[in-house]
Structure formats: structure tokens, C-alpha cells
Write a new protein. Structure first.
Length: 345
């Protein structure tokens, strides 16, 4: 192992400090439509891109060059000047039309998450989310902020859908779920995970259980009536009854809440669950000593500024499941953004 002199600490600190700048460059290029404009594959000059998108030539040139540095764009120097085009990364993940587009989650981070993170120091001091300062919404109602307008709710739901478009199959294939044919997706939002589930397990039916206004948006914008394997149930699963099913999926649900609220929900799920059935938790797992992964540690900080919850270790989730009555608990780390924990009744 090298000595501390082997490490370029000033360079590392500058890299960390630049993280905010890096993400804002990507968010801004998405918001202005740079990657969508270049999706056709035809390279364009910075002046042409600026004219198409209604931006200043000088500002656009700097943005494009920064995107080249981030390998989100490629540049070719010709006799006519510099011509810019998308890279494969931006075509697949940053254009709105791509099936794996992350555009909507980018916009949610840019317009909601980043506003909350301005008050991270206050969140650390106070131990609670910062929605009251940022949006004037009670800190006890985190989803009141996420759904503070129809536009923001649509951004959030579309953003969650985009996440499952790239990692939904990983968590659903972590265990063989084919024995479960009657599935409830609690907080299933726009239905992307449900769609992945019925695609992977064609003998299953999935009911998305979510708030009435979320269900309405999902029906209108995201889930076609032709997808007969997917149905909906309107309600608040904390306050309303949970129907009987063979498997319940809780994807990124428990990390929003403290232990007591998680135990309350899991106890309701256990009571509703058919004998032999189970619950699948989809969460980003911390190492048992909480030394990483870094992405999960950062997610946990985000839970501090945005919710009442936190990210947990596999042992902590297992303990919550056992307290509700679930047994035969299995854990599978996918190596991707989210992991899977399965408990059986």
C-alpha cells in the first residue's frame, strides 16, 4: 500500500469540488435540448446549435466544449470549423426518445433535488428534510413536495420510470419470481417496474397500488390499456387496507421512512400476504460496516434532505422483515444501482 505522499490530495479535492459543476453541465445540456437536436447524427456547428436552441453563441460554445470534455459529445475540426455530434452515451441515455433515456430523472434532480441540497448543512444540523425551507411544504409530508404540482409529479414519476428502464430487470431477475403469479407493486408509480415484471414473468399479473392522482397519471401517460396483465388499485397503503396477494414489491419505498413506519407497513403486508407468499424489497444496500458503496452513502444523504428515511444494510432490512414476521430471507447484490431482498411468509 502506498504512502499518503503517493496520493495527489489537492487534485482529488478539486475533483470532488467539481462534481456539482459536472452534473450541472449535463443537466443544462439536457434541458436546452442539445442531445435531442444532435440525435439525427448530423454534426452541427456551435453557432447552428445556438440558433436552433435560442441560446447565445458564446455560451453554447462553452457548454458544448464542456460536454466534449465529459465525453457526452464528440467534436470534429473541419475546414468550416468545429462540428459537434452525440456520443453513444448521450444518444442512449440523454435523448428524450431513447427507451433508456435518463432525461426525466436528470430534470428532477436539477429542479428539485439540487434545491434541497443547498440546505444540506441545515439538514445535518436539524436531522430532518428541508422541504419547508425550499418549497414551503411541511417536512412531515415529503411527497407533498414531490407532488406539489401536476408538472412536478409528472417529472418525478417519469424520472422513476427511467431508472427502472435501465435496472428494473436486474432486481426482478435477482430471484426466481415465477412461482408468484399475483403481485402487488406498492407505490408502483408510472408502472415501469410492473412492465418489466410481466415481460420477465409472462404468467404473472401486477397490480400497481398508489395514490389516486398517481394512478390517474400512470393510466393516462405510461401504461396502455392493452397491457391487460397490469391493473391498478387507488389508495394510501399506510392508511388503507392492502389486498391479499402472493408477492408484494416495495421498490425504493422503505428508504423513504424511519424504522417505525417501515415496521408498520411491513406488518400490514405480512397480514395481507398469502401463506407461502413473500415480499421483495428493492433498495440500494450499504455495506454492513457502512463503508460504502459511495453511491448508496450519497443516496442516504439525499434521504436526509428529502425524506424521513435512510439507506440501510442488508442486516437492517432483514431485521425489519423479521420484526413483521417474514422469514427465509435472501439477499442478492446485483452490482448495479439497486439490490434485492426477498422475505417469505
Amino acid at each position: 500500500m502506498g504512502s499518503t505522499e503517493d496520493l495527489d490530495y489537492p487534485h482529488i479535492i478539486v475533483q470532488y469540488s467539481n462534481g456539482f459543476l459536472v452534473s450541472k453541465v449535463m443537466f443544462t445540456a439536457c434541458e436546452l435540448g442539445v442531445f435531442d437536436l444532435l440525435e439525427s447524427g448530423k454534426p452541427l456547428s456551435s453557432d447552428a446549435i445556438a440558433a436552433h436552441l435560442g441560446a447565445s453563441p458564446m455560451g453554447m460554445k462553452r457548454l458544448l466544449d464542456a460536454c466534449v470534455g465529459l465525453k457526452l459529445l464528440a467534436v470534429e475540426i473541419t475546414q468550416e470549423g468545429a462540428l459537434y455530434r452525440n456520443t453513444e452515451i448521450s444518444n442512449v441515455y440523454l435523448t428524450k426518445s431513447s427507451p433508456k433515456s435518463q432525461y426525466h430523472i436528470m430534470m428532477y434532480y436539477s429542479n428539485t433535488v439540487y434545491l434541497c441540497w443547498q440546505y444540506l448543512a441545515d439538514a445535518v444540523r436539524e436531522g430532518r428534510n428541508q422541504y419547508e425551507k425550499v418549497f414551503g411544504v411541511s417536512s412531515k409530508d415529503p411527497f407533498g413536495a414531490m407532488y406539489r404540482s401536476d408538472e412536478e409529479m409528472l417529472k418525478f414519476i417519469a424520472g422513476q420510470n427511467s431508472v427502472w428502464s435501465i435496472c428494473g430487470r436486474d432486481v426482478l431477475a435477482a430471484f426466481d419470481l415465477s412461482p408468484f403469479t399475483q403481485i402487488y407493486d406498492l407505490g408502483g408509480g408510472g408502472g415501469a417496474l410492473a412492465q418489466e415484471c410481466v415481460s420477465l414473468y409472462p404468467n404473472s399479473t401486477v397490480t400497481i397500488y398508489d395514490l389516486p392522482k398517481v394512478v390517474q397519471v400512470a393510466k393516462e401517460q405510461f401504461v396502455s390499456p392493452k397491457e391487460r396483465q397490469i391493473t391498478f388499485h387507488e389508495g394510501d397503503f399506510f392508511n388503507d387496507s392492502i389486498p391479499e396477494a402472493e408477492l408484494y414489491i416495495l421498490s425504493k419505498i422503505l428508504h423513504d421512512w424511519d424504522d417505525d413506519k417501515c415496521k408498520q407497513l411491513l406488518a400490514k403486508v405480512y397480514k395481507a400476504c398469502k401463506p407461502g407468499g413473500g415480499v421483495l424489497l428493492v433498495e440500494s444496500l450499504l455495506n454492513e460496516d457502512k463503508s460504502g458503496p459511495l453511491a448508496t452513502q450519497l443516496y442516504s444523504m439525499n434521504m436526509l434532505v428529502q425524506t424521513e428515511g435512510k439507506e440501510r444494510t442488508a442486516a437492517e432490512y432483514s431485521k425489519l422483515l423479521e420484526a413483521a414476521g417474514f422469514g427465509k430471507i435472501q439477499v442478492k447484490r446485483t452490482g448495479k444501482l439497486y439490490d434485492a431482498v426477498l422475505g417469505r411468509k
